[in-house]
Ligand binder design. Structure first.
Ligand SMILES: [Zn+2]
Length: 292
């Protein structure tokens, strides 16, 4: 075995699925969340650098043990719908991921990926049959940011990953951690929206507030900037969300056609206005899965 972090678990927790974030996928459910160590990027602003940029192992769980733990957890707590590979960059442990995901699928539980999406098409094919949902980071919409701030990577392979996920019917949501003055140019955001519209699929987009972490010293993201982004991008895309705001209302799903709150996550409980995947008022289709 040549994979250095195979089975090395640095973080293991049960989290709300919204925390990954997934807003249009099994809302209100929980996922067992697992992370190892390591990343193929070196982002100056890494929000999880203790796991991504240094070795970190609390316990060893081979694929059979992790899949069994996921199954056991789901039997004990029915709100748990699967296993999320997250915290560090899961794709650097692809062999572990494929083995574990194969076993988790056999228990009829979900495999969820939270990733930078930077992987070659061939290896990705090994994982796709077992993957149910993915949240992919868009670090910026230009190569300069990937090169200078992330220390590796290019945009195009990430977009290619998103397209491959969609082609494999994986539920996809995207996250853009907004760093003022670094990756929020109007031109780049417009190109991002153009690309999404060209895909012809309604993908939930999360613009998240950044906080200074690791080597980054830029000031944190102003909520006013996020609100402005949501207003501007929301005129072109139907499902735009803000993350890390501390405001619960930002996670509600609003029908873009009639303004109905089709999913309300406030006050710790979820109420829905969706019937058979459609807004209960105007019958617009709401993309996603697992809306009860
Ligand atoms: Zn509606």
């Amino acid at each position: 075995m040549c994979l250095l972090n195979f089975g090395q678990i640095a973080a293991l927790a049960v989290d709300p699925i919204e925390k990954k974030p997934f807003y249009h996928y099994y809302p209100g459910r929980q996922v067992l969340s697992v992370g190892s160590w390591g990343c193929n990027f070196r982002c100056q602003h890494c929000q999880n650098w203790q796991l991504s940029q240094q070795t970190n192992c609390r316990e060893v769980l081979l694929p059979e043990a992790l899949a069994e733990l996921t199954n056991h957890s789901a039997r004990q707590e029915s709100s748990i719908c699967g296993l999320a590979y997250t915290y560090n960059e899961p794709l650097v442990g692809l062999e572990y991921l494929v083995e574990t995901a194969t076993l988790v699928s056999k228990h009829n539980l979900k495999n969820l990926l939270v990733s930078n999406g930077y992987i070659n098409p061939g290896p990705l094919q090994d994982l796709l049959p077992f993957l149910d949902a993915a949240n992919i980071d868009i670090k910026a919409f230009n190569d300069v940011f990937y090169h200078k701030i992330c220390g590796n990577g290019r945009l195009q392979p990430v977009l290619r990953t998103v397209e491959a996920l969609l082609a494999a019917n994986v539920h996809v949501e995207l996250t853009w951690l907004v760093i003022p003055g670094q990756n929020d140019s109007e031109a780049d955001i417009a190109s991002f929206v153009d690309w999404l519209l060209d895909l012809g699929v309604e993908i939930p987009v999360h613009f998240s507030a950044y906080f200074p972490r690791y080597q980054a010293t830029w000031p944190p993201t102003d909520l006013a900037l996020l609100d402005r982004l949501k207003n501007e991008v929301g005129q072109r895309l139907p499902f735009v969300y803000l993350g890390n705001t501390g405001r619960r209302k930002d996670s509600n799903i609003i029908c873009p056609d009639c303004g109905n709150t089709v999913l309300n996550r406030q006050n710790g409980c979820i109420t829905i206005g969706i019937n058979a995947g459609e807004c209960s008022i105007c019958h617009r289709k709401i993309p996603g899965q697992g809306f009860f």
